[in-house]
Write a protein that binds this ligand. Structure first.
Ligand SMILES: *[C@@H]1O[C@H](CO)[C@@H](O)[C@H](O)[C@H]1NC(C)=O
Ligand SMILES: *[C@@H]1O[C@H](CO)[C@@H](O)[C@H](O)[C@H]1NC(C)=O
Length: 524
């Protein structure tokens, strides 16, 4: 019995290997930080299913741990100049006191600098013939890219490999809407990152329309300024970054309808928010003891993410003094100096097992900077939130959660102890927030296919079929005036105008004639 059973297992395993007809090769152009944590989940699942994954990475990374041995292969890209440094000081201290337009100008300058760096990095890959030849010879089946850092789409086009985009959202949604042609009727789909919700007043709709036009032009300008010539040279035909992005076979967007406002979308868009979420694992022993010591009151989990390690003394003190006034125990991820006002109920940690804590039955609330990964963990486990957004898409993420009644927001720049305390008490004691986030959680869990499985399915689909051309709408070949039917509207207006003109002319003519005959009759 036993040997027979083993033989069967071995046979099945061999069959599986042989039967894995599309165990393919995957090339990855990642973006560091939280983007990488999300991408890694997809890649690990692909490896689990027998695919070979190679990641293109610069030497200097924050969370991409290419030095650690893993089943993933890394191709380290050598750059002439490495300056990945994120301008935390700019975001935390320089921008907040400035008027809105000055901070927008500064942010744009920073964006330009960032783009210059991205381009440098891209050139060192695309113009390195040894590297490109090596990649070409490997015959990849698919490339996965996070276009927040452009280039992956260019590498895919140069190598003639189909590519899949993984994206939460670009600046004002320009990449997915303007380049990817994701429909966004401006009357009820707010421009991404403006904090507008889906129900807009007349003036908000005016603002939404103006912002959309502005950001599309801004995208085109940057494209023209930074990428157009480079992409055209690399591909040997006139093209742009935007047009190249539009060639993506599949867009995997890191949100879902528990988070998004409902909007129309194209068949080559799949919404896979929360793919990284998992059931909670047991906590480390000491942490579990601390959590249990909270009794009936429970605990609050607090993290401003991996990018903000410390705050000014003033800010950390007023936050700590608010935390000291609640009956809950608090687990705060904080690497800075221990605040003087830290209460006995609060413990500081360099790092938190955030997902396991949010899944703990004693957790009552989550204080978060509003990164999409953390928001999804809170939705997954049904924990109401207090958002303290700092930069990027964070305030937009919190705005979504506020609109759905699952969070309250506290302004990071003007934060006071009273603000934080009021928001925390409301979120913990008012059942409104808990009920709403539980509703989102139920929606999130009730899907025909889990987000990670859908993401991996579409990547494998693209590998099996060498793309997903059957999902591509005809929109990608239309010039903008045809897309908006301006030529048709113009033509129809011209027809109506001609008709009106002819009818009036006829009327005038016959009236005149009629008048003349009348006069003639009178005279006779
Ligand atoms: C080009 O790529 C190869 C292979 O990755 C690497 O060894 C070489 O140093 C690169 N050349 C330059 C000039 O960066
Ligand atoms: C955070 O810590 C770093 C280094 O320890 C220091 O240079 C920086 O000024 C600190 N930031 C704040 C806001 O205190």
């Amino acid at each position: 019995m036993m040997p027979g059973k083993w033989a069967l297992v071995i046979l099945l395993t061999l069959l599986c290997w042989a039967g894995c007809g599309f165990c393919g090769k995957v090339l990855v152009w990642p973006c560091d930080m939280s983007h990488w944590l999300n991408m890694k989940c997809i890649l690990e699942e692909l490896i689990e299913r027998g695919h070979e994954v190679t990641v293109l990475t610069p030497q200097q990374t924050v969370l991409i741990d290419y030095r650690k041995t893993s089943a993933m292969k890394f191709e380290v890209v050598h750059m002439t100049e490495d300056k990945t440094e994120f301008k935390l000081d700019l975001v935390l201290n320089v921008l907040p006191p400035l008027p809105a337009w000055q901070s927008a100008v500064k942010l744009n300058d920073f964006f330009i600098e960032l783009n210059g760096y991205f381009k440098l990095r891209c050139e060192s890959v695309v113009y390195n013939q040894t590297l490109m030849k090596k990649l070409q010879e490997t015959n990849y089946d698919v490339l996965i890219t996070d276009p927040v850092m452009p280039c992956g789409e260019l590498v895919a086009e140069v190598l003639a490999v189909p590519f899949v985009i993984s994206l939460r959202g670009s600046v004002a949604g320009t990449m997915e809407r303007h380049c990817g042609k994701l429909p966004a009727p401006l009357s009820y789909v707010p421009v991404h990152m403006t904090g507008l919700a889906n129900r807009m007043t007349f003036l908000e709709r005016v603002k939404n329309t103006m912002l959309s036009v502005f950001f599309n032009l801004w995208m085109d300008y940057n494209d023209f300024h930074f990428w157009k010539q480079f992409y055209s040279e690399a591909l040997g035909r006139t093209t742009t970054l935007c047009e190249t992005l539009g060639k993506a076979d599949m867009w995997l967007i890191r949100t879902y309808w528990d988070f998004e406002y409902p909007q129309p979308y194209l068949p080559n868009f799949e919404f896979v928010g929360g793919l990284h979420c998992k059931p909670a694992k047991p906590l480390p022993k000491e942490m579990e003891e601390f959590v249990q010591s909270s009794g009936e009151d429970g605990v609050v989990v607090f993290s401003l993410g991996s990018i903000v390690p410390n705050l000014t003394d003033k800010k950390s003190n007023l936050i700590a003094s608010a935390l000291a006034q609640i009956p809950q125990k608090v687990l705060w991820r904080y690497k800075g100096k221990k605040p003087a006002t830290l209460g006995a109920n609060t413990q500081l940690y360099d790092w938190l097992p955030q997902n396991d804590l949010l899944g703990h039955p004693k957790t009552k609330a989550f204080i978060t900077h509003g990164g999409i990964n953390g928001i999804y963990e809170a939705i997954y486990h049904g924990v109401p939130m207090v958002g303290i957004p700092i930069f990027g898409d964070q305030s937009d993420n919190i705005a979504h959660m506020k609109a759905k009644g699952a969070a309250l927001e506290v302004n990071f720049n003007t934060i006071t102890s009273a603000d934080l305390l009021r928001a925390l008490r409301a979120v913990i004691n008012d059942p409104f927030y808990k009920e709403n986030v539980m509703r989102l959680s139920r929606i999130h869990h009730d899907q025909p296919v889990k987000p990670l499985d859908r993401a991996v399915f579409w990547i494998e689909f693209v590998m099996r079929h060498k793309g997903a051309k059957h999902l591509r709408a005809a929109v990608y070949n239309l010039p903008w005036f045809q897309y908006h039917s301006l030529d048709v509207i113009g033509f129809l207006l011209a027809c109506v105008a001609t008709a009106i003109f002819l009818v009036t002319k006829c009327c005038l003519f016959s009236c005149q004639k009629f008048g003349k005959t009348e006069k003639k009759k009178k005279r006779e």
